[in-house]
Design a protein around this ligand. Structure first.
Ligand code: GRG
Length: 288
């Protein structure tokens, strides 16, 4: 994990515009939002899926950076006063606190554009047709039928009670779509049979959901210092979560069930999927 995280950090550093290039303040905010912190779960998943598919590391740099840039943009916008209104992210002041709201909005916009520029101009998956398909998959994951749509549902859910299927639908879009895209894009940098791609996609859906279940448990259970973001916000804001619907114990059991099913989805990949198995464990067993 440390090796891939360091590799991705260097690739992100190269992918982002230099801070001395005008408009400096915007570029500085983009770099502040992305560099130096974060677990890099999505890039790790892209690399692990790529490893299962025999992909070249240089191609994986491109898709790993692209999914992390989309993720970073979503965090910057999510923290804005018009959304979650948070002041702490990754153990530091949020982008609109460190800079200002307009700069944070633009930094998020520009990070999203940078992600697509990267995939469109990279060498990943060789030919142009395959690259175009990657752009389409990323757009779908980030858009109104993916992450942005999930966020819209989340905003309207505050103060309401959701059923378990409604909660699941929201999170499959909000968190799950980009996690799924991270696995799919990584896998598409290599060569897999259609049935194997389907199995990885199933794995990705399971860990995407597990990620959110664990996030809800940690929000209820861990401290602000450990998380590097404000803990206990879901309950304070009256947000429906896996913990509010199921209780902490049942939510933990659900995460464990999803971890087991994710391992099962990788049956048949043998040693090629070792890192994907390890990441399923990391996502469920993490403490931050
Ligand atoms: C604003 C379009 C738009 C979308 C925002 C993903 C999201 C949608 C909001 C983030 C809010 C949040 C806390 C979601 C729960 C799951 C999640 C994405 C947590 C943060 O991801 P980590 O734990 O963060 O991978 P790091 O900092 O490690 O990268």
């Amino acid at each position: 994990m440390t090796t891939v995280q360091a590799r991705v950090e260097a690739a992100l550093e190269r992918a982002l515009p230099p801070r001395e290039q005008p408009p400096q303040r915007l570029h500085e905010a983009m770099r502040y939002a992305v560099l130096g912190a974060g677990k890099r779960v999505r890039p790790l998943l892209a690399f692990a899926a790529g490893e299962a598919a025999g992909a070249a590391p240089e191609d994986l740099d491109t898709v790993a950076c692209a999914v992390e840039l989309i993720h970073a943009y979503s965090l910057v916008h999510d923290d804005l006063p018009c959304m979650d209104d948070d002041t702490l992210r990754r153990g530091r002041p949020t982008v609109h606190v460190e800079f200002d709201e307009a700069t944070a909005l633009l930094a998020g916009d520009a990070l999203q554009s940078a992600a697509f520029e990267l995939v469109a101009s990279g060498t990943a998956a060789g030919d142009r047709g395959a690259r175009l398909e990657m752009v389409r998959l990323l757009a779908q994951a980030a858009g109104s039928r993916g992450m942005a749509g999930g966020q819209a549902i989340d905003l309207t859910a505050v103060g309401r009670t959701l059923t378990l299927p409604e909660l699941e639908f929201m999170h499959i879009l909000k968190t799950g779509a980009l996690i799924r895209a991270s696995v799919t894009l990584g896998a598409r940098c290599g060569a897999l049979a259609a049935a194997e791609l389907d199995r990885l996609d199933h794995y990705a859906k399971l860990i995407g959901l597990a990620f959110q279940v664990v996030d809800d448990v940690l929000d209820a259970d861990a401290s602000t210092v450990t998380l590097g973001k404000t803990a206990g916000k879901d309950a304070a804001q009256g947000k429906p979560t896996y913990v509010s619907v199921l209780g902490v114990e049942r939510a933990r059991e659900l995460a464990e069930e999803l971890r087991r099913e994710a391992h099962e989805a990788l049956d048949g990949f043998a040693e090629r999927a070792r890192r994907l198995r390890e990441l399923a464990d990391f996502i469920v067993l993490r403490r931050f």
